[in-house]
Design a protein around this ligand. Structure first.
Ligand code: NI
Ligand code: MN
Length: 225
């Protein structure tokens, strides 16, 4: 299985049998993504919430690829009304797809589309696929239930925001890593805009001091999980 990080919260998981899953594909208007929407394909698009810096190019990609949206009920209905294939879920629920299992967790944030439609509750995403467990927290502040998430799931890779202002900053993200105890933490949602500037090396060093491993991915980099 491979993970490609585009920058911001956008990434792609490609399974061993070549199923492509995009998460929060904000590419064309993302000043830091070296990859644009025309260059990516998706069988599934998972959205953490409805903000434009997460829904991004979902519609154009889904139109071209016939992708299925996986999101919380309200946001899934929004895309269903536009004629897209959707799978409605909600927080606390999990479902087994062709590529593996998806579970939505809580996230403390907002969720409204660019055209002011309420997108339901924002979510974090836990994916079990190809023997690995990935926790993409979505946009969120720090919350104590992350401890429970870490207790109930052996998280191999945790993708979490460090950019502050709209989400956790570095110090809260360190506490989140302490709660979840992932094998590897990957910082996201930073340096896209001036207001969320953060140094991922500072995050890496602070995590190392308390015994946790951080892997900082280049924007556009793909790694084998
Ligand atoms: Ni947001
Ligand atoms: Mn965001």
């Amino acid at each position: 299985m491979r993970l490609r990080y585009f920058s911001h919260s956008a990434c792609q998981i490609t399974t061993d049998d070549n199923i492509k899953i995009l998460i929060d594909p904000f590419l064309d208007n993302n000043p830091t993504s070296p990859v644009k929407s025309k260059d990516v394909d998706a069988d599934f698009i998972i959205l953490s919430h409805a903000h434009g810096d997460h829904t991004g190019d979902s519609e154009s990609i889904a139109k071209r690829c016939g992708s299925t949206f996986i999101c919380v009920n309200e946001l899934a209905n929004y895309y269903a009304e536009k004629g897209f294939e959707v799978h409605n879920m909600h927080i606390g629920g999990s479902h087994k797809f062709s590529f593996g299992k998806v579970k939505f967790t809580i996230a403390h944030h907002g969720s409204v589309t660019n055209d002011s439609v309420y997108g339901g509750e924002p979510a974090g995403i836990i994916i079990n696929s190809c023997g690995k467990t990935i926790y993409h927290t979505g946009d969120t502040g720090l919350f104590l239930d992350m401890k429970l998430i870490g207790e109930m799931n052996k998280i191999d890779y945790m993708l979490l925001p460090i950019g502050d202002n709209f989400t956790m900053g570095i110090d809260d993200a360190i506490k989140a890593v302490e709660f979840v105890k992932p094998s590897i933490a990957i910082p996201i949602h930073y340096n896209t805009f001036p207001v969320i500037e953060a140094n991922p090396e500072e995050f890496r060093e602070k995590a190392a001091k308390i015994g946790f491993k951080v892997r900082v991915l280049e924007f556009g980099e793909e790694i084998e999980l």
